[in-house]
Design a binder for this molecule. Structure first.
Ligand SMILES: Cc1cc2nc3c(=O)[nH]c(=O)nc-3n(C[C@H](O)[C@H](O)[C@H](O)COP(=O)(O)O)c2cc1C
Length: 400
């Protein structure tokens, strides 16, 4: 029976070493008051026992399609109708392939075909299995049918490899789903800048910085999943974004300013996450500067426009979230920037720490407003992005 306040989540577990994380996932949904039912493939039962999942969910585990007793009570069609959300976590390469073909010869395949629920897939597999064209084609096919992928994340794998293939952390999966369900930012327009800018010295040399764009891209995905209409203005990065996001590629700080100004007019929120170069060469040589064997070279730099500070002055009716990368006196410097740049939120990160910040997949941040200070412990940039967008969403009433 459906409960008006809570949601019905069918958690499907497949045969992956990451199956142990499903116990935490089930616990998170239960803690929220959701009704949780568990489906396990035969292989999944080799990794975590149905007894464990039964104890956590409070319901017996669904395993077989052709189960006479189940058909009288909660058969595959009933279970498909019952679920508001179907989450397959971890999802093996095998299951991705089977779902892509529309197979219905096991309980999971039949339910996925029969259900109108939103389906989420949290893949977990070896990095080569994930990047294999066969898997990627299957993923594209499932995405084109509206199935939402959460992860995989990058990192150490059980097999000893390192790369994309790890199942995302349970908290990240849970928060992403809750945010997608709530669509807090429905109807809101958000502009996000990401990545570094590149200031040319001559056709082959430039000044830039270590920003990978990962945080800005994660924010764009999180905002889009919460219902916002997102424009992502990015400097040169090697990242992809989902096709719901309007992506504008730029190179220089000047170009980023022009595009930001163009798109902010009908936006509600501006998130300046790009590491915009503070300076650019006064002269950009048309031809490559020849190396002189005897003399040193001096490059005269001019100050670039401060994009977010300038926009917050020009558009005081919008909400502004800025980022600052500091190596010392983080709080002090962040609070000064909050006021000087006319921001509503400033997200400070300590880029002196090697395991977080710039090219890392992880970060640890503090968010300051005029009235508050919130610290977010070290976590994946994807999870932090979800938490930051949640924070913005909670301020939704004041976003006109
Ligand atoms: C120790 C071990 C770990 C495995 N881990 C994974 C994994 O993380 N991801 C994956 O796609 N397959 C993994 N496999 C292979 C799957 O279990 C296998 O493809 C199985 O048929 C999946 O069935 P299912 O999708 O119906 O659960 C693993 C196999 C073993 C023996």
């Amino acid at each position: 029976m459906k409960n008006e306040q809570s949601s019905n989540t069918l958690l499907c577990i497949t045969g992956s070493i990451a199956a142990y994380k499903s116990a935490d996932l089930a616990r998170l949904f239960k803690k929220n008051g959701d009704n949780v039912r568990i489906l396990m493939t035969d292989s999944a039962c080799e990794f975590i026992t149905p007894l464990t999942m039964q104890a956590i969910s409070g319901n017996s585990v669904h395993r077989n399609l052709l189960d006479e007793t189940a058909e009288q009570a909660m058969g595959h069609i009933e279970l498909a109708k019952w679920a508001d959300t179907i989450l397959i976590a971890p999802c093996s390469a095998e299951t991705i392939s089977r779902l892509s073909s529309g197979r219905a010869d096991d309980l999971l395949g039949a339910i996925v075909l029969a259900s109108k629920a939103q389906i989420y897939v949290a893949p977990a597999m070896n990095k080569n299995m994930w990047s294999n064209t066969a898997t990627q084609n299957n993923v594209n096919s499932l995405q084109s049918r509206g199935i939402v992928f959460i992860g995989p994340s990058k990192g150490e794998q059980a097999c000893g490899d390192s790369g994309y293939g790890r199942m995302s952390e349970p908290e990240e999966i849970y928060e992403t789903i809750k945010m997608s369900e709530n669509k807090f930012l429905n109807g809101k327009k958000i502009i996000i800048t990401a990545g570094p800018t590149r200031e040319q010295i001559d056709p082959v040399r430039f000044i830039s910085n270590n920003s990978s764009g990962k945080m800005g891209f994660a924010l764009a995905e999180a905002a889009s999943k919460s219902g916002a209409d997102v424009t992502l203005i990015t400097g040169p990065v090697s990242l992809e974004c989902s096709n719901k996001i309007l992506r504008i590629d730029v190179k220089t700080a000047a170009e980023m300013y022009v595009e930001s100004k163009k798109y902010i007019t009908d936006a509600d929120i501006f998130i300046g996450c790009a590491a915009v170069a503070d300076y650019s060469p006064v002269i950009q040589n048309q031809n490559k500067i020849k190396k002189s064997s005897s003399k040193d070279m001096q490059i005269l730099l001019k100050k670039n426009i401060d994009i977010i500070a300038s926009l917050s002055r020009e558009f005081p009716d919008k909400k502004f979230m800025g980022f600052c990368a500091e190596t010392e006196k983080i709080e002090e410097h962040a609070k000064v920037k909050l006021v000087e740049k006319g921001l509503d939120f400033i997200v400070a990160n300590d880029v002196s720490k090697k395991d977080i910040g710039f090219d890392s997949d992880f970060n640890e941040i503090s968010v300051f407003t005029k009235e508050s200070h919130t610290h977010f412990h070290k976590a994946s940039k994807n999870l932090l992005a979800v938490q930051l967008i949640n924070m913005l969403s909670k301020n939704n009433q004041s976003i006109h």
